[in-house]
Design a protein around this ligand. Structure first.
Ligand code: NDP
Ligand code: PYR
Ligand code: MG
Length: 772
C-alpha cells in the first residue's frame, strides 16, 4: 500500500489542531505546592539571583541558559520560499525548535525579528545574549546574513551559527566526500557547477575549498546568470568565485561537470542538463521544499548518478537537520565561545565516517529499508539515526576543546556518551519504530467496533499511514453515515456486516468450524451458528481462518466479554499455559514494559515466572534487551511475608528457565530505578548497572493500579494492554482508549501478525508468501 501523499490540508491541520503551533513551555521543577512556588518565585528565587549577581557564571548553574538556543530569523530567505516575512517564517523556526529538542534535547525559543536592517538585527541579538547559551541564525537572506553573522561572532561570547550557511556546508561536505569516494574522484580535480550564490551556496563552496576543492573549478550562478568577472553587481565574496570562462548558460556549464550543487529554487535543472554531465555525476539538488530537479527525473536521466535532495522522501537527504542539533549540543556541553572551523570540520568527518559504519536494525526499521549500507543510495546517515548524537556532538566538543574555545572540559568521555544516550531516551523512537516496522508489511486488521467514531477514525489513520488494511465489522449504512457525518474517508475500506443476509453462508461456515472446536465445551450446533452474528466471534473467526491477520476490539465492552470469544475461537499459542496483559509506558527514560496488568488476578510463583518469560519474548520483539525487576514492597528478603517471597521465588524459577535473562527481585520499584542506593545497599544484584525496562507485578491489582497512575497522574503515553500468549493477534482495547492509543494498538497487532505469521510458516516449512 502506498503511503498517503502529504497534502496541503494535512499540513494545515497538523499546525492548527489543538494548541496552535508546535511548541509549548514546560516547567522542569515541581510547582504543585505553595512551598514549591515560594522556591520557584518570590522569596526563594532571590537566592539564585544574588548568586548570579555575585558571579555571572552562575547563570549556567541556576538557569536554563546553558541548554537554551535562540532560533532567530527575519524571514527573508525562508526555505526556498524566499522573502516571506517574519510571521510567515515562524512555522519553520518552531519546526527547527522541535528538531533541536527531539534530536539533541536542546530547548529553543524561536524569535522572529521584524527588521531587514543589519545594524538593528545585530543590536537586538546582542541584547539577547544573557538569555541564551547559543544563537542559531536561520533563513536570513544574503548578503545581509554574512555581515550579521560576522559581527555577532565578534561581539558575543556564546556560539553563533548561521545554519543555512554552515549547517548546509557541513552536511553536504560530508556527503560530497563520501560520494567522491564511491565514484573514485579526487576533490581537487572535480569540476563544480553551483546554482545559487546565496547564504548556503557561498558557505558550501568555501567549505569544499577547505576540504581540498580548487577555486578555479567552480562556476556559480545566481538569479541573474553566471557569476563572472565582468559583472559589476557582485560582492567581494562573489568575486572570489567569479569565473573567467565565457560560459553564460547553466546547461553549457553543466556539460562535463562532475558535481552539481543546487541551493537556489525548485525545478530549474532539466534532465538534458544532467545527461550532459561527466561520468558518474554527483548531483545535490538541495532547494527546499522542491529540489532543482525532481528525484524521478534525475534518476531517469542518468542511471550512474549519485543524487541527493533536502527532502526526507528519497534516498540521501542532505539537510542541515543532520547538523545543527548535534553541533550545538557539542558546543553547549563544553561552553564553547564560538563554532569555529575546527569544530565544523570535525562534524564533517564524524558524519562522513558514520555513513560507512554498519547501519543498525533500528535505522533500517525506521526507514522501511531491509539493508542500508554505504553505497550511492546511502552516502550520508539518516536523520532518525540515533547514533548521530553520540557521534557528532562529542566530535564537535573535542574539537572545541582542542582548538581552545571551550570554557569547560569533558574529563570523563564515557560518562559524557552515557549522558548523551540518556538525553535521547528511546521513547519517541519506540513509537516511530513500531510504526515503521508495521508499514514494512501491513496486514489485514478487523475492527469489531467499526460503528464507533474513534475506531472509525483510527481505521482511517492506519489506512492512510499504510500501517494496516482495515476491515470494518458492523452495519454498513450506519458506518457510512458515521463516516459521512464526520468527514472520514472510507470508500476503499472493506465493510462486513456479520448479521447481513449476504454473510449467511459465511456465518454458517464459521458456525460449523466453531461447533467443531466447542461441541464438548457447552455449545450446541444451533448456538454455535447463532453466536457468529456477534462481531467479536465473527471477527475472531476471520483471524482464525486466515481471512484477516489480527483483530482489534474492546473499546466499548468489558474486557472479559471481549477476551472470551478470542480464547474460545483462537486460543493460546502452542506451549502457552495462559495469556497475560502487558502495557508499554512511554517514559522519558525509555519505554517501560509492565505485566500482568489485565488478565491473571493472583498468580502463583510458577505463573508469574511464565508471565515473565512471555513478556521477555515480547520485549525482544521490539529489538530491546529485557532487564526485569520483579517488584514488591520489600527488597531481597527484607520482609519475610509470603507476598514478598512470591516474587523472589518467581525470580528463581525464571532464572532456571533462562539463566541469561537479566532479572532480579523481589525489589521495590523505587530501588529498581535508583542505581546509587542499589549499588550501595545490594551490590550483588543483577540490576546494578542495568537500566530496568520491565516490571513484573505480584498481582493484577498492583500492575493495573501502577499503569493507570502512570498514565493518568504522571501523564505518560501508554500502549496496551498487549495480549500475550495468544495463537494469533487479538488485541483488546481499554474502555475509552483515544484514537492515538487505538492506532498504537494496531501497530502492535500488525507487528505481532508479522512475527506470528513468519513464525508459524517457518515452523511449517513453508516459504513466506509475498503479500500485496
Ligand atoms: N538542504 C538544506 O539543508 C538546505 C537547503 N537550502 C535551500 O537553498 C536555497 C537557498 O537558500 P539560502 O542560501 O538560505 O537563500 P539565499 O536567499 O541566501 O540565496 C538564494 C540564492 O539562490 C539564487 N537564485 C534564486 N533563483 C535562482 C535561479 N532561478 N537560478 C539561479 N539562482 C537562483 C539567488 O540569486 P540572487 O542572489 O540573484 O537573488 C541567491 O543567490 C533554498 O531553496 C533553501 O531551501 C538552504 C539551506 C539548507
Ligand atoms: C533546510 C533549511 O534550513 C532550509 O531549507 O532553509
Ligand atoms: Mg534554513
Amino acid at each position: 500500500m502506498a503511503r498517503k501523499k502529504l497534502n496541503k490540508q494535512d499540513a494545515l491541520d497538523y499546525h492548527s489542531q489543538g494548541r496552535p503551533g508546535k511548541i509549548e513551555v514546560v516547567p522542569t521543577k515541581n510547582t504543585k505546592t505553595q512551598w514549591d512556588l515560594s522556591l520557584a518565585y518570590s522569596p526563594g528565587v532571590a537566592e539564585p539571583c544574588k548568586e548570579i549577581h555575585r558571579d555571572v557564571e552562575n547563570v549556567y548553574k541556576y538557569t536554563a541558559k546553558g541548554n537554551l538556543v535562540a532560533v532567530i530569523s527575519n524571514g527573508t530567505a525562508v526555505l526556498g520560499l524566499g522573502d516571506i516575512g517574519p510571521e510567515a517564517g515562524k512555522p519553520v523556526m518552531e519546526g527547527k525548535g522541535v528538531l533541536f529538542k527531539i534530536f539533541a534535547d536542546i530547548d529553543v525559543f524561536d524569535i522572529e525579528l521584524n527588521t531587514r536592517d543589519v545594524d538593528e538585527f545585530v543590536q537586538v541579538v546582542k541584547a539577547l545574549e544573557p538569555t541564551f547559551g547559543g544563537i542559531n541564525l536561520e533563513d536570513i537572506k544574503s548578503p545581509e546574513c554574512f555581515a550579521i553573522e560576522e559581527r555577532l561572532k565578534k561581539e558575543l561570547k556564546i556560539p553563533i551559527m548561521h545554519d543555512d550557511q554552515h549547517g548546509t556546508a557541513i552536511i553536504s561536505g560530508a556527503a560530497l566526500l563520501n560520494a567522491l569516494e564511491l565514484v573514485k574522484k579526487k576533490i581537487e580535480k572535480v569540476k563544480f557547477v553551483v546554482n545559487g550564490a546565496g547564504a548556503a551556496a557561498m558557505a558550501c563552496v568555501k567549505l569544499y575549498v577547505a576540504l581540498g576543492a580548487k577555486h578555479e573549478n567552480f562556476i556559480m550562478f545566481d538569479k541573474n546568470g553566471v557569476i563572472n568577472k565582468s559583472r559589476t553587481d557582485l560582492t567581494d565574496m562573489h568575486m572570489q568565485f567569479a569565473t573567467t570562462s565565457k560560459i553564460t548558460e547553466l546547461g553549457v556549464a553543466m556539460k562535463g561537470a562532475d558535481v552539481f550543487i543546487g541551493l537556489s529554487v525548485g525545478n530549474v535543472v532539466t534532465p538534458e542538463m544532467i545527461k550532459g554531465m561527466a561520468k558518474q555525476p554527483i548531483v545535490f539538488a538541495m532547494a527546499n521544499p522542491d529540489p532543482e530537479i525532481a528525484y524521478e527525473a534525475a534518476i531517469a536521466a542518468r542511471p550512474d548518478i549519485i543524487f541527493a535532495t533536502g527532502r526526507s522522501d528519497h534516498p540521501n537527504q542532505v539537510n542541515n537537520v543532520l547538523g545543527f542539533p548535534y553541533i550545538f549540543r557539542g558546543a553547549l556541553d563544553v561552553r564553547a565561545t564560538q563554532i569555529n572551523e575546527a569544530m565544523k570540520l570535525a562534524a564533517v568527518r564524524a558524519l562522513a565516517d558514520l555513513a560507512k559504519e554498519p547501519v543498525p536494525d533500528i535505522v533500517n526499521l525506521a526507514y522501511n529499508e531491509r539493508n542500508l549500507y554505504f553505497s550511492p543510495n546511502y552516502i550520508i546517515p539518516k536523520p532518525l539515526d540515533p547514533r548521530l548524537l553520540c557521534m557528532v556532538a562529542p566530535a564537535v566538543a573535542r574539537a572545541a576543546i582542542d582548538s581552545g574555545v571551550a570554557q569547560k572540559r569533558i574529563e570523563n568521555w564515557e560518562a559524557y556518551y552515557e549522558e548523551l544516550n540518556h538525553r535521547l531516551g528511546l521513547d519517541n523512537q519506540l513509537f516511530r519504530i513500531i510504526g515503521n516496522k508495521a508499514r514494512k508489511d501491513p496486514r489485514k486488521v478487523v475492527f469489531a467496533e467499526a460503528d464507533n467514531l474513534k475506531v472509525l477514525k483510527a481505521a482511517q489513520v492506519v489506512r492512510d499511514e499504510g500501517i494496516a488494511h482495515p476491515i470494518l465489522l458492523g452495519d454498513e449504512s450506519r458506518i457510512r453515515q458515521l463516516a459521512d457525518d464526520n468527514g472520514i474517508e472510507i470508500e476503499d475500506i472493506e465493510i462486513i456486516d456479520p448479521k447481513s443476509e449476504e454473510m449467511s453462508a459465511k456465518r454458517h461456515h464459521f458456525g460449523d468450524l466453531f461447533f467443531q472446536k466447542r461441541q464438548r465445551k457447552g455449545f450446541n450446533k444451533y448456538e454455535a451458528g447463532k453466536i457468529m452474528r456477534e462481531r467479536n466471534y465473527f471477527g475472531c473467526m476471520m483471524v482464525e481462518t486466515g481471512e484477516a491477520d489480527a483483530l482489534i476490539s474492546g473499546l466499548t465492552r468489558k474486557y472479559p466479554d471481549t477476551i472470551r470469544p478470542a480464547l474460545q475461537v483462537i486460543g493460546m499459542e502452542e506451549g502457552a499455559k495462559r495469556v497475560a496483559g502487558m502495557y508499554i509506558i512511554n517514559t522519558k527514560r525509555g519505554p517501560l514494559f509492565l505485566a500482568d496488568t489485565t488478565v491473571n488476578f493472583n498468580p502463583t510463583a510458577e505463573e508469574i515466572a511464565e508471565i515473565t518469560m512471555m513478556v521477555a519474548k515480547e520485549v525482544r520483539l521490539f529489538n530491546m534487551v529485557p532487564r526485569i525487576a520483579m517488584v514488591s514492597y520489600s527488597n531481597f528478603g527484607s520482609s519475610p511475608t509470603p507476598e514478598a517471597q512470591l516474587m523472589s521465588k518467581a525470580r528463581d524459577l525464571v532464572k532456571k528457565m533462562d539463566p541469561t535473562l537479566v532479572v532480579d527481585g523481589e525489589i521495590q520499584a523505587a530501588m529498581a530505578f535508583n542505581q546509587e542506593i542499589l549499588k550501595d545497599s545490594y551490590p550483588f544484584s543483577e540490576l546494578v548497572g542495568e537500566e530496568v525496562n520491565t516490571l513484573i507485578f505480584p498481582n493484577l491489582s498492583a500492575g493495573n493500579i501502577a499503569y493507570n497512575l502512570l498514565q493518568e497522574v504522571a501523564g505518560f503515553d501508554a500502549i496496551g494492554p498487549v495480549l500475550l500468549g495468544m495463537k494469533k493477534p487479538v488485541h483488546i482495547l481499554q474502555l475509552g482508549s483515544t484514537v492515538r492509543q487505538i492506532v498504537n494498538m494496531v501497530n502492535i497487532a500488525v507487528v505481532d501478525a508479522q512475527h506470528k505469521c513468519c513464525h508459524s510458516e517457518a515452523t511449517a516449512g513453508v516459504t513466506k508468501k509475498k503479500r500485496k
